[in-house]
Design a protein around this ligand. Structure first.
Ligand code: MLT
Length: 202
């Protein structure tokens, strides 16, 4: 997968896997990752699908209607990519945290739905429930933070509440943060994610 890797400055700090929204690329969330933890290693990755010139992590059939076979294939591709990148760059495979926005948050959520607890945690900005046709595996020990907008037209508020429920049902610990805005990523939200990260992992 197309990607960029930036070494961390503290070997104890995690590697953030950065997953952009529709139309983004591997560089998009580098600044966000730096803001969350200036010492972390950053692995920005570009989704392999392209929709009208816009990179995405998996195909969709319409707004919010996902191509579930493609979602499975791309989720496997991403999980394999994490393993290979850990070998290539020498980062600790057991100390990886996903940070995703929108489409990137959705494939991150689907990693938990289909692959289980294969990373330490995740910061999911404006995610949806990726699918409801699988039995979510055991997620004990997983830490997830969800940021959501009360006026988000793209990912309706009940999606965030439902995702929290699905993850918690399988033993993950989940914090859901609300702001009054829409689908955009706000500084208020980023600071809330950072506070949770510091409290949970430091
Ligand atoms: C998706 O397709 O993953 C969601 O609708 C969010 C987005 O448009 O990126």
């Amino acid at each position: 997968m197309e990607h960029v890797f930036v070494n961390g400055t503290n070997s104890e700090a995690p590697t953030f896997l950065l997953l952009h929204g529709t139309g983004g690329n591997e560089q998009d969330l580098i600044g966000l990752g730096r803001e969350i933890d200036p010492e972390a290693a950053l692995l920005g990755v570009r989704g392999s699908e392209v929709e009208n010139g816009m990179p995405r992590f998996f195909r969709r059939l319409g707004m919010g209607i996902f191509d579930l076979d493609n979602l499975s294939e791309r989720t496997e591709e991403l999980a394999t990519f994490i393993d290979e990148a850990a070998k290539q760059y020498g980062f600790d495979r057991d100390n990886v945290i996903l940070i995703g926005y929108s489409n990137g948050a959705n494939i991150a959520a689907n990693i938990f739905f289909e692959r289980g607890n294969i990373v330490k945690g995740a910061i999911l900005h404006h995610p949806m429930v990726p699918r409801d046709d699988v039995e979510v595996p055991d997620l004990a020990g997983l830490h997830v933070w969800i940021g959501a907008g009360e006026n988000d037209q793209m990912t309706p508020p009940e999606q965030s509440t439902a995702l929290k429920y699905y993850l918690e049902q399988q033993g993950a610990s989940v914090e859901l943060f609300w702001h009054q805005h829409g689908h955009q990523l706000t500084m208020e939200e980023v600071q809330a994610a950072k506070a949770w990260y510091n409290q949970t992992f430091k």
